[in-house]
Design a protein around this ligand. Sequence first.
Ligand SMILES: *Cc1c(COP(=O)(O)O)cnc(C)c1O
Length: 464
Amino acid sequence: MSDDLLDPVLETARNHAKDYLDGLSTRHVGVMHGRDELLAKLRTPLTDEGEDQTAVIDLLAGQADIGMTSCSSPRYFGFVIGGTYPVALAADWLVSTWDQNAGIHAISPFAAAVEEVAAEWIVDLFDLPRESSVGFVTGGQMANFTCLAAARHSVLRRVGWDVELDGLAGAPHINIVVSAAAHVTIEVALRYLGFGSRSLLRVDSDDQGRMRAESLREMLATLVGPTIICAQAGNVNSGSFDPLREIAEIASEFGAWLHVDGAFGLWARASTELSALADGIDRADSWSADAHKWLNVPYDSGLAIVRHAADHRAAMSSSASYLIQTSGAERDSIDWVPELSRRARAIPIYATLRALGRDGVESLINRGCARARQMADTLAAEQGVQILNDVVVNQALVRFGDDDDITRAVVSGVQKEGTCWASGTTWNGQAAMRISVTNWATSHEDIARSAAAILTVYRDVHQR
Ligand SMILES: *Cc1c(COP(=O)(O)O)cnc(C)c1O
């Protein structure tokens, strides 16, 4: 490729990246400009002759600078959002540079081999059955979809129905049992698979959002036929874990498939201190997790893990005469994910795991939890501030004052103030601020500064 085309634009991108990363720890964390200001610059008629590449990159960087929340900032506590480890970012740059289509082995033996090893490491790190298969998908949503497609295949196969060939019309009925506190992506994944939201059976949950095992048992006792249960490791608000050992025992007693949504909670398995929270999780049939949350690799990166590789493959595999698929030991990733063409997203996962090692991953997870407790303790020391959940992992739910409006005003005030960013939610009928500490770089000092900023906003709202 001509250096004249390549060098200036890559150099420009590198400089913008460096400026952004250098400024990350001091940047205003909230968003500064919205749609109208952004469109004013971004929306121009598409020209016939095109524009200078470097100028296009400069323009994008300028608009990004004013129109993004700094969600990779160490003081971004919204949703459940990880940052990016330097090694993960470096590997991801190369993924785009190499532009490997990781769909089939014939195109990239390298991407396939990296995936194969990353899959082994993941299963080992989470201490799941070593025969489990792993699909590298875009995120938790598609991980839930992929695992539940394998579940659908398996429970119908066991009653003599091939859903891939014959579809769902006329198929034996499947009972789909979900926790009342299930993440919305479970419902959406099931919708994609032909199970409408109204057909789901919901098991009630306790005040921390944990499925009640006894209610599950009572429900299963009333059901006949193929059954899929969706449990959870890591409630998106409270971080709580369903009683997985009990649930796994019930599932096995009733012959049901057990799926566990562990988008961030599955990472607790990498920590000796925390793994008891997920006790019994290895007895499930499938697990979903995100790498772009707690492992801190760039978007988009999720993991669909299935104990029964044959069911996983049967649900996902595709073939066409022009594709050169392997019949041997080599891995074709299209057997494990919904996509055909896709980026080699296992490479940043491989790089991060290799660079951190087991101890590094464990320290990352433990640190997030310790910082969440630090935040909860600091805020709770203030008169009128209450922590609504048991802070078991990296999530804290905070209530300010005694009515919902105060909490909502503090959430929006903090978002405007810019030292840190947190979002709001409703928890057991009450407004709450959600704090999620998922970024590898969040320091003790970041929490201290953020807590001070949050309390300043609270005192201000309180005095009004
Ligand atoms: C974030 C999350 C998801 C969805 O993951 P995406 O990567 O955003 O698709 C699913 N379940 C839980 C519990 C989550 O926290």
